[in-house]
Write a protein that binds this ligand. Structure first.
Ligand code: BES
Ligand code: ZN
Length: 643
């Protein structure tokens, strides 16, 4: 960091002022007129801007925007640091712009140079607990030569989880993975960390002996003796899709374009679980157009991976908790694959438009699942979505009704606050209503064109609505659907479609019998139930249960010892609410082994809501160090944890 000060003096002479992101963005609004107009119909100030104003980034892309990255990284597992050399090629959109502005968060900048090797003046300003710092690098005076940043990440970089060998499946090598979405790429790479800004990249990554490195790019399939790996991503991607993982990983193909990377002991199980991946890819292409990314592979992460899956281009990262042994949780793969269109091709302009990424993806996910496993199956998924949505709407309408809008305002907040069933499931049901209103044929033709016409571009809600109304819906249909209400109003419109899966009918009968007469569903009937029927059953058990009732259920169906993480996480909720103690040892074990936020939150929350705060805190105290910073961040708040 000391060199920052060395350059400060020079920098202050050359720069007239330092601007806050808001001021400078307003200035952009007036100075960037030279840039091409794309007719973004959002914020009036953004009207003539090529790049959207993003409340979560300091970068000023309407002045200078990055185009290509050449990255060299060395991974140091002992120090838990990455040392990096990032060379940015850029384009100057505003001839008055003097600096390239990048986002960083906790990265130590060692030096910055131009292509000819001369030192570049730079200045680090702002220090926002959420957004990090603004790194302004002065442009070279004559030619617009690329700018190279030499840097080192901090051991607590929020995108990174460094796992000691002992916590991996094979316990032979340490493991590293990144999670950049939403605004964490800046903790391991100085970049313009805004989803509206795309760039191509090449990278070289040096790792310790015996490890393979992988990125969201064309990947090696085998280890080499040089311990250095090269990557190319020729399609421009936003920073949140920058991804890196390294560990004792092995590859096995599934189909021509699909395959799995995992630790050796996990590989066979993962390949068996994901055997339908090639078919999913074909089904997706048949629905909404060619897959442009080349290969589609999945890398299985350690259990502490904070999400179910992350749609890193070419290489989805996935939690091992979907390896249920019966393919029952593979809709998650369909989901991440669907992001190859919704999200990775057509990208939310800012995190306020996050529903465009996730709502479309849930819709597309269900269509892929329907194509492969049938409508009965996808309707079960849709119903589980529906129920999540109902619960979320009820909960949010009490305290923060504004967050039930599809288009939300996350300025000044963590974009993680937008990761709720609203973006996913309200978004899904809105699109499903549109589909049901116009009929599938018309809808599919339109959606296919939407991806084709808007690929490699960002999309905000306003432009999306304009396209929908211009290209698909008649004025009567717009009215009938209530497009505006769905997107901009709180709550859930009354015309929300309700799936009614035939496979849940038997479950509903069983639930009634259990509630009214304390009768367990018969074994012959439940024998054919899949994970989804069981989830529907557990989620809809009566709120108040006697411990004997829970014991009866547990003895009959073995929930506490289920090998299925979804079932376990669902079961621990009524177990905690009714203090069914025989489930507690497994619950504690689960909280120590699994770091997937979607599972952790409801379990900790039920403990807190049911006067078991001390237990929650004592489990968290020992489990916390095994969680990813993303999960820690959410849980520290939930549990009011003091470091
Ligand atoms: N892109 C998301 C994960 C994400 C969202 C990470 C926002 C960080 C910020 C991913 O595609 C996702 O939605 N994962 C879900 C999968 C599920 C809906 C099938 C998850 O992790 O649970
Ligand atoms: Zn998603």
């Amino acid at each position: 960091m000391h060199k920052a000060f060395a350059c400060l003096f020079l920098f202050l002479i050359l720069f007239s002022s330092c601007q806050s992101p808001v001021d400078s963005q307003n200035e952009e609004a007036t100075t960037a007129k030279k840039s091409k107009t794309v007719g973004t119909q959002g914020d009036a100030a953004a009207h003539s801007l090529l790049y959207p104003l993003d409340p979560h980034s300091f970068s000023e892309p309407n002045g200078v925007v990055v185009k290509h990255l050449d990255l060299e990284l060395a991974l140091d597992f002992d120090e838990e640091r990455i040392t990096g050399k990032a060379t940015w090629a850029y384009e100057v959109l505003d001839s008055a712009a003097k600096e390239l502005v990048l986002d960083i968060n906790g990265i130590a900048i060692d030096s910055v140079t131009y292509d000819d090797g001369s030192e570049a003046a730079f200045l680090i300003t702002e220090d926002d607990p959420l957004l990090g710092q603004r790194l302004g690098v002065m442009l070279p005076l004559l030619e617009k030569q690329p700018i190279t940043i030499y840097y080192t990440t901090q051991p607590d970089a929020a995108a990174l989880q460094w796992l000691p060998a002992a916590t991996t499946a094979d316990k032979s090598h340490p493991f590293l993975f990144t999670q950049s979405q939403a605004i964490l790429a800046r903790t391991w790479l100085p970049c313009q960390d805004s989803p509206g800004i795309r760039f191509t990249y090449k990278a070289k990554v040096a790792v310790p002996d015996g490890m393979l490195a992988l990125m969201s790019a064309v990947n090696p399939q085998k280890k080499n003796v040089k311990n250095t790996y090269s990557f190319v991503q020729d399609i421009p991607v936003p920073a949140y899709l920058m991804a890196l993982t390294a560990g004792n990983l092995k590859f096995q193909a599934i189909g021509k374009r699909t395959g799995v990377y995992a630790e050796p002991s996990v590989l066979a199980k993962a390949v068996a679980e994901f055997e339908d991946m090639e078919r999913m890819l074909e089904a997706a292409e048949a629905l909404y157009g060619p897959y442009v990314w080349g290969r589609y592979d999945v890398a299985v992460m350690p259990p502490s991976f904070p999400f179910g899956g992350m749609e890193n281009p070419i290489l989805t990262f996935a939690t091992p908790t979907i390896l249920a042994g019966d393919k029952s949780l593979v809709s998650l793969i369909a989901h991440e694959l669907a992001h190859s269109w919704s999200g990775n091709l057509v990208t939310n302009a800012t995190w306020n438009d996050f529903w465009l990424n996730e709502g479309f993806t849930v819709y597309f996910e269900h269509r892929i699942m329907e194509a492969i496993y049938g409508r009965d199956y996808s309707e079960m998924l849709a119903h589980l979505s529906w129920q999540d949505l109902q619960n979320t709407i009820t909960e949010f309408m009490k305290d923060n009704p504004k967050d039930t809008r599809l288009k939300i305002d996350l300025k000044g907040r963590n974009p993680d606050d937008g990761v709720t069933a609203i973006a996913y499931d309200k978004g899904y049901f809105f699109l499903r209503l549109v589909e049901e209103t116009v009929g599938r044929e018309r809808f599919d033709v339109w959606l296919r064109n939407y991806f084709e016409n808007n690929k490699f571009q960002s999309m905000d809600t306003e432009r999306f609505v304009a396209i929908l109304e211009d290209e698909l819906l008649s004025p009567e249909e717009v009215k009938q659907i209530g497009v505006h209400d769905w997107i901009y109003e709180t709550g859930l419109p009354r015309n929300c479609p309700k799936p009614n899966p035939s496979r849940f009918e038997a479950v509903d009968v069983a639930l009634q019998l259990f509630a009214a007469e304390n009768k367990l569903p018969e074994k012959e009937k439940t024998a054919a139930w899949t994970t989804h029927e069981w989830l529907h059953f557990i989620n809809n058990l009566p709120k108040k249960l006697k411990r004997e009732q829970l014991a009866k259920l547990d003895n009959a169906y073995g929930f506490t010892n289920s090998g299925n993480a979804e079932i376990l996480a669902a079961w621990f909720v009524p177990a905690i609410e009714n203090r069914y103690k025989p489930a507690y040892p497994q619950m504690e074990k689960f909280l120590h082994e699994v770091g997937r936020r979607k599972f952790l939150m409801p379990v900790y929350r039920s403990l807190l809501a049911n006067e078991q705060k001390e237990l929650a805190k004592s489990i968290y105290k020992t489990a916390r160090s095994g969680y990813h910073p993303v999960a820690i961040n959410s849980l520290d708040m939930e549990l009011a944890y003091n470091k």
